[in-house]
Write a protein that binds this ligand. Sequence first.
Ligand SMILES: [Zn+2]
Ligand SMILES: [Zn+2]
Length: 146
Amino acid sequence: MSTGPTPASPLTGGCACGAVRFAITAPLVDAGYCHCRRCQQRTGTAAALNGMTAPGSLQITEGAELVGVWRPAGGGNPKSFCTACGGALWAGEPSGEGNIAVRFGALDGDPGIAPRWRQWLDSAPAWEPIPQDGLPRFAQRRPLQR
Ligand SMILES: [Zn+2]
Ligand SMILES: [Zn+2]
């Protein structure tokens, strides 16, 4: 496992079509799986793996004008994505500013952090068994640790 990204050695990523590119310049501070219904519908998969960035450590390097956002009516973080290909980018503002939970699938390389928990197991679908990976499990949203 690497020590994580730095300004000299950023962790890069982007969307499926390549129009949106970004760079993360500080180690991720947390990471985990979300099995909530919204993540299933948003991604078309059983769960989403996200990594929490240090505030201000993500910069959009290409295609900022193509980053769209969905702000769920029921609350929760905005969901940013590429409007050209639909690729999920991060939870957080489309500018990439503030608290950002980046989608691991958008990253190019080693995120330098392993998943630490699974949340919203109450919503996990029956068609995808949860691996016995020893990670802490939360029936709903995990308690915030900061
Ligand atoms: Zn794209
Ligand atoms: Zn979720």
